[in-house]
Design a protein around this ligand. Structure first.
Ligand code: ASP
Length: 315
């Protein structure tokens, strides 16, 4: 099997032309770094599960993306992060919801998967368990960035004035990865700060298996966008169900899921790979930060609509 890895850094980019060339480059560099982190594992025959975890951890470490360092804030000005990882070969899945503590929420999800008898942990009990497992923690300030504070302030001010619209790119994000490894195993991982100004306690689609994250023998899926809409249509599972039960190919299955998303008024995008290594990256927003790396290490990234562009380090 020829391994492949695809990632997203969130749907809902700035309008083309409104980002400075430096900002565009910084996003492409961040995507490329994450692709390479995952590719290094796949290239030596490593598991898809490790590749998606490593790629998502790299995006969590990058403050440009809404996960880990640089996560968006709740209405109360705090970080409440969600993450999930799923192994398509075994249907093992681990997730965390509404947490602030573990430096890399995706590793926290992985520890829940591998070292607890549960699928999803939240609240003080989650943090207690993760600390006891030796997961690396960071102070709340680590996750904080001036940009996300400004966005929250602008959003609350706009709401107070009765014009609550702020740009998609600042409102949400999410990072995710899907991969097929040389042994034919599929895996998916997703991590997010959620939506700017969300109610404290709100949990989106990201950590819900079958909604924002899914992997089985047919496909691996990671979603980004308006989480409530993705949850309502069980987006990740819907793609798999279409393939397994309706005989759809990956493009058709993801297109049907996107249509279902639109039928409930949802915006965002999907990242999916099937067991033949085909990749689909549909979205209904202006853009979606995204990238794909093939078995030979050739990386392509994209920010807006249109074909992905070749990317080489140092560009
Ligand atoms: N899906 C995420 C959530 O609703 C946010 C996003 O992807 O933009 O929490």
């Amino acid at each position: 099997m020829t391994p492949i890895l695809a990632i997203h850094g969130g749907a809902g980019t700035m309008p083309p032309g409104s980002m400075t060339p430096d900002a565009e480059r910084a996003h492409r560099v961040g995507l490329h770094r994450a692709l390479m982190a995952g590719h290094a594992i796949l290239a030596v025959g490593g598991p898809a599960l490790d590749a998606v975890t490593a790629a998502v951890a790299a995006l969590e470490d990058d403050p440009l993306f809404n996960a880990g360092h640089g996560a968006v804030l709740t209405r109360g000005g705090r970080h409440e992060m969600d993450a999930a990882v799923m192994d398509g070969a075994t249907l093992a899945v681990g997730a965390v919801a509404g947490i602030c503590g573990p430096r890399n929420p995706i590793w926290a999800a992985r520890v829940v998967m591998e070292r607890s008898p549960h699928v999803l942990l939240a609240g003080p009990g989650a943090l207690e368990f993760l600390r006891a497992q030796g997961v690396a923690f960071a102070e709340p300030e680590y996750f904080d960035t001036a940009r996300r504070r400004d966005t929250l302030r602008a959003m609350l001010a706009a709401e107070a004035e009765g014009s609550p619209n702020i740009d998609d790119a600042d409102r949400h994000g999410t990072v995710g990865a899907v991969a097929l490894d040389a042994a034919g195993r599929l895996a998916a991982a997703t991590s997010t700060g959620g939506m700017t100004g969300k109610l404290p306690g709100r949990v989106g689609d990201t950590p819900v298996p079958g909604a924002g994250t899914w992997a089985d023998a047919a496909c691996a899926v990671s979603a980004t966008g308006h989480g409530e809409s993705f949850s309502r249509i069980a987006a990740g599972h819907e793609v798999s169900a279409r393939m397994r039960l309706a005989g759809d190919d990956l493009d058709t299955a993801t297109a049907v899921a996107m249509a279902a998303l639109e039928a409930v008024g949802g915006t965002g995008g999907l990242l999916a790979v099937d067991r033949a290594g085909r990749v689909a990256l549909p979205f209904n927003t202006r853009g979606m930060y995204r990238g794909v790396v093939d078995a030979d290490g050739a990386a392509r990234t994209g920010l807006y609509r249109g074909p992905l562009q070749q990317y080489s380090a140092g560009e």
